[in-house]
Design a protein around this ligand. Structure first.
Ligand code: NDP
Ligand code: 2IT
Length: 443
């Protein structure tokens, strides 16, 4: 049995009941085998054995009181996976589906993603099964403060730098940063995605969505195609979805669908992004409210967003949101490219179908790396006490996405898997981490 298959089997056995973590291991480890065959020193040094075991996984109680004064308890997590190339870095997710398995899969992916950005950041992830939906601002603040009352002792600007993810945006980062500052007395920029008034970076809000579209720009360019006049289907209507829609439309594409966990909207005239921003960012409402502004649009509670014919599909909601049925619809409707805005958007079967069907496919760890890349730029600005313009930051983001594309596609080609950005991104991300681990000895 090969080294990667042995580690895959042993790690799954050692961590039962963690399906999302298993899926991520299964998608990554086997693709590393050709590289490991070329570099036997990594097996000799037990690099994979060390990589699949998080440095530490912290689980803690988060008590908070609701509007009626009743005490509620949620569970908090921070998995510090690997800091071979820099301090732990990764978002916090607040969603009822959060479990140790979900946080471990996200943290494992983050190691490779962060390495691909070329920035000095290691991999980590955290969050809680807290559901922010329907909570008052006071309840959200109470939860965030309680969450940070435990987390603060594990993080720091050179130790572990959390940021946002599902259910955690600028408002929650602000509440958590305030509490962090109060507990530590430090104004050191720990946490990224901060407000512009207190150390945030321009373009961080837009970074993941814009970066996703820059990745698509590169994929299409390799085939001599542009985004101009292309039809784009997007799932989700949160931070990543909104700014992917904005950038794609700036490039001349037409966005025809967006969704949330209740259903999806279809606007044949092209989605009005200002209306989506008003509904989601200002009112914190539901996507069906779009029909109040554009009567000709349609809303569907049943069925898949992927049933809408499109040239490009951008899943931007959550893991496994694009499965075999969705992939078949996309292929049959002539879709040419899929790029993952969400982490692990596609199931393994769907990824395989898309790749075999000749659809250009970019995995999340390459395609959505723009968010964490600009987080690293925020860290750089904080530690040198400077503030870059939007143009400068966006220009750096676009360059980073281009370099990720080139690095992933050239690596795939070098290992005889031309156009396989999944394998290319995995190997390219692994390479730097493995080398750093080897040089740092048995840690
Ligand atoms: P938001 O909370 O801003 O938005 C999430 C969107 O996805 C909402 O429209 C939400 O709908 C929908 N959604 C979430 N969970 C589900 C679910 N289980 N079923 C159906 N719809 C769901 O999060 P982000 O936009 O920040 O994150 C979206 C994805 O992008 C995540 O996978 C995240 O890990 C990834 N990502 C985010 C980055 C960032 O910088 N924010 C960076 C890189 C990746 P509803 O409101 O109904 O829940
Ligand atoms: O999945 C991700 O890369 C994020 N949620 C962003 C992490 C970050 O530290 O900006």
């Amino acid at each position: 049995m090969s080294y990667t298959m042995r580690i895959l089997r042993e790690t799954i056995e050692k961590n039962p009941n963690e399906p999302e973590f298993h899926q991520s291991l299964t998608e990554i480890l086997p693709t590393l085998q050709p590289f490991l065959d070329d570099h036997p020193q990594y097996e000799e040094a037990g690099i994979l054995e060390r990589l699949v075991e998080p440095d530490r996984q912290i689980m803690f109680k988060v008590p908070w009181s609701d509007e009626s004064g009743k005490v509620r308890v949620n569970r908090g997590y921070r998995v510090q996976f690997n800091n071979a190339i820099g301090p732990y870095k990764g978002g916090l997710r607040f969603h009822p589906s959060v479990s140790l398995s979900v946080i471990k899969f996200l943290g494992f992916e983050q190691i490779f993603k962060n390495s691909l950005t070329g920035m000095p950041i290691g991999g980590g992830k955290g969050g809680s099964d807290f559901d922010p939906k329907g909570k008052s601002v006071r309840e959200i603040m109470s939860f965030c403060q309680s969450f940070m009352s435990e987390l603060y002792r594990h993080i720091g600007a050179d130790q572990d730098i959390p940021a946002g993810d599902i259910g955690v945006g600028g408002r929650e980062i602000g509440f958590m940063y305030g509490q962090y500052k109060r507990l530590t007395g430090q104004y050191d920029g720990t946490l990224t995605g901060k407000g512009l008034a207190y150390g945030g970076s321009l373009v961080r809000i837009q970074a993941t969505g814009y970066g996703l579209v820059y990745m698509v720009e590169n994929m299409l360019a390799s085939k001599g195609i542009t985004l101009d006049r292309k039809t784009v289907a997007i799932s989700g209507s949160g931070n990543v979805a909104i700014y992917a829609a904005e950038k794609a439309s700036q490039f001349g594409a037409k966005i025809v669908t967006m969704s949330d966990s209740n259903g999806y909207i279809y606007d044949a005239n092209g989605i009005d992004i200002d209306v989506i921003k008003e509904i989601k960012e200002v009112k914190r409402g539901r996507v069906y409210e779009y029909l109040n502004y554009h009567k000709s649009a349609k809303y569907f509670e049943e069925g898949l967003v992927w049933s809408v014919p499109c040239d490009i599909a951008l899943p931007c909601a959550t893991q496994n949101e694009l499965r075999e049925d969705g992939a078949k619809l996309l292929i049959n409707n002539g879709c040419i490219a899929v790029a993952e805005g969400s982490n692990m958007s596609t199931s393994p079967e769907a990824t395989e179908l898309l790749q075999k069907g000749g659809v250009l496919f970019a995995p999340g760890k390459a395609a959505n790396a723009g968010g964490v890349a600009v987080s690293a730029l925020e860290m750089a600005q904080n530690s040198s006490r400077v503030f870059w313009s939007a143009e400068e930051t966006d220009c750096k983001l676009r360059t980073i996405m281009h370099e990720i594309y080139v690095n992933s596609s050239e690596t795939a080609e070098r290992y005889g898997m031309k156009d396989n950005l999944v394998a290319g991104a995995n190997i390219a991300g692994f390479k730097k981490v493995a080398e750093a681990m080897l040089q740092q000895g048995a840690v």
